[in-house]
Design a protein around this ligand. Structure first.
Ligand code: GLU
Length: 495
């Protein structure tokens, strides 16, 4: 069997991390089995369509390296790939169900249905259009053929699926196993709406069939729809694809699924790219390959110690048997850690070239070689590329404050003497790479603990004890800058 999967987002807003995970799992499954990954835009609900959302989806997927084999912008044999452009196909297919008596026209007004809902509610029940009441309602099953024809011409109508009563529907999900539902729990849902557009359920099934989709991999929220979808397949007498419903992505803590609000409250993105005023993973300085790696672990893991994977490796290791049933907790710190690992292992030159926006603070450095040296010095400290700016601050700006705790530690150890010795080294043009050795021989003679010397130097240059290797920092700084910082601390200590 040839493997064909699809990612079928509705363009109702930005793609969030859950949608990305669905896209990625579909992609990995397709590529693992030499199959095809199709992008289908489910835009039948025009009232919820948001301008720019489709482009956002396409741009996000290609930023992550999830390439489509077929889609609105990648012609294939089964197009068009936007549901709004497939109306004729749905019109043709619904006729088949109507003719076979598996679907029917219904003319009940919205007001009438609302009234029924209210009446049922009063009795503590909920109204459901189904085999128990359809004969008392206005539809082609209860009305004569003549009356039906007349109403079709004159009135607006919907088309509903005729759900048989009292049958057990057994659906099969590859992740969750078999699920049984009694058809009495399902209503005669609408297939074609009054505006002539298909509903999600109908279009989704028709398209999966026409596009020869072999596996449907989608979020858990669609699992309750599966029995109804199965009834549509049965009504057509079509073979069904296999289904896999991916676990929910949960909030970082507590109950419930991850929402945009969690991100807003805790300061992490949930969109890949900027969307209106929402900053995305990209703008925070995630490498796309790192985000992909993190997302792959939301509900799946290959069952080995390793956690850092390139895309090719993910494809090789991906195994749907290892997708978990339970929800996957979103953990921004883990995402940052994975990004850090990718920053560490990525070639520095290529990072500078691929993400120039994060390195604008280095624009006054003329030599590419020097930019590279600065980045190399700091990269092991970066979790997000946006961290570069503050990390680089210590190189580009003199310290404005000194850590008082460090001052207390060094002040009785004659730090000025050590700082003056370093000034001498600079004046003698001794390169910073040789200072350590010089200081090690000098400190015994001068009777100043080596620790005090190092802390004094660090404090002068950076203002605190954190930061990268101090001799490398001094090696990168202009001679005048280093001298200025050393002298500034001496003055401070003297006061
Ligand atoms: N259009 C649905 C969505 O936005 C797709 C559900 C499915 O994959 O069947 O999630």
């Amino acid at each position: 069997m040839s493997i064909r999967v699809r990612f079928a987002p509705s363009p109702t807003g930005a793609l969030h991390i859950g949608g990305l995970r669905t896209a990625l799992f579909n992609y990995l499954y397709a590529k693992k089995h030499n199959g095809e990954f199709i992008l289908r835009i489910e835009d039948t609900d025009q009232s919820r369509r948001v301008d720019g959302a489709e482009d956002y989806i396409t741009t996000s997927l290609s930023w992550l390296g999830i390439e489509q084999d077929e889609g609105p912008k990648k012609k294939g044999r089964f197009g068009p790939y936007r549901q709004s452009e497939r109306k004729e196909i749905y019109a043709r297919e619904i006729i088949k169900l109507l003719k076979a008596g598996r679907a029917y026209y219904a003319f009940d007004s919205d007001e009438k249905l609302a009234e029924l809902r209210r009446e049922y509610e009063k009795k503590g029940q909920s109204f459901k259009y189904c085999s128990l009441n359809r004969n008392d309602l206005l539809n082609s099953l209860s009305l004569s053929e003549k009356e039906t024809k007349k109403r079709i011409k004159e009135e607006s109508y919907v088309v509903r699926l005729r759900v048989e009563s009292g049958i057990t529907i057994t659906v099969e999900d590859k992740i969750r196993g078999e699920i049984k539902v009694n058809s009495d729990e399902i209503d005669d849902k609408i297939l074609i709406k009054a505006d002539g557009m298909p509903t999600y359920h109908f279009a989704n099934v028709v398209d999966d069939h026409h596009m020869k989709i072999s596996h449907v991999i989608r979020g858990e929220e669609w699992l309750p729809s599966l029995p109804f979808h199965q009834l549509i397949y049965y009504a057509f007498d079509w073979a069904m694809p296999q289904f896999m419903h991916l676990p929910l992505i949960l909030k970082p803590e507590g109950k419930g699924k991850l929402s945009k609000r969690d991100g807003d409250q805790r300061g992490f993105p949930i969109y890949p790219l900027k969307w209106n005023s929402n900053i995305g993973f990209k703008e925070r300085g995630f490498l796309p390959e790192a985000l992909l790696n993190y997302i792959s672990l939301l509900g799946w893991n290959p069952g080995i110690e390793k956690e850092i994977f390139e895309l090719e490796e993910l494809i090789r290791l991906f195994d749907v048997g290892k997708i978990q049933k339970g929800g996957a907790r979103f953990d921004f710190n883990k995402a940052r850690w994975i990004n850090h690992k990718f920053i560490e292992r990525s070639e520095s030159k290529s990072v500078l070239e691929r993400f120039p926006a994060f390195f604008s603070t280095m624009s006054m450095i003329k030599l590419e070689k020097s930019k590279l040296a600065v980045y190399e010095l700091l990269k092991e400290r970066l979790f997000l590329l946006e961290d570069f700016k503050s990390e680089a601050n210590l190189l580009f700006n003199d310290p404005t404050t000194y850590d008082e705790k460090v001052i207390k530690k060094i002040e009785n150890g004659r730090p000025e003497k050590a700082l003056n010795f370093i000034i001498e080294l600079i004046e003698k043009n001794i390169p910073a790479s040789n200072w350590k050795q010089k200081l090690q021989t000098w400190n015994e003679k001068a009777d100043i603990p080596f620790g005090i010397i190092m802390q004094s130097l660090r404090l002068a240059i950076i203002g605190s004890l954190s930061g990268p290797d101090i001799f490398s920092v001094c090696g990168l700084l202009e001679k005048e800058v280093t001298l200025r910082r050393l002298k500034k601390l001496i003055i401070y200590l003297n006061n």
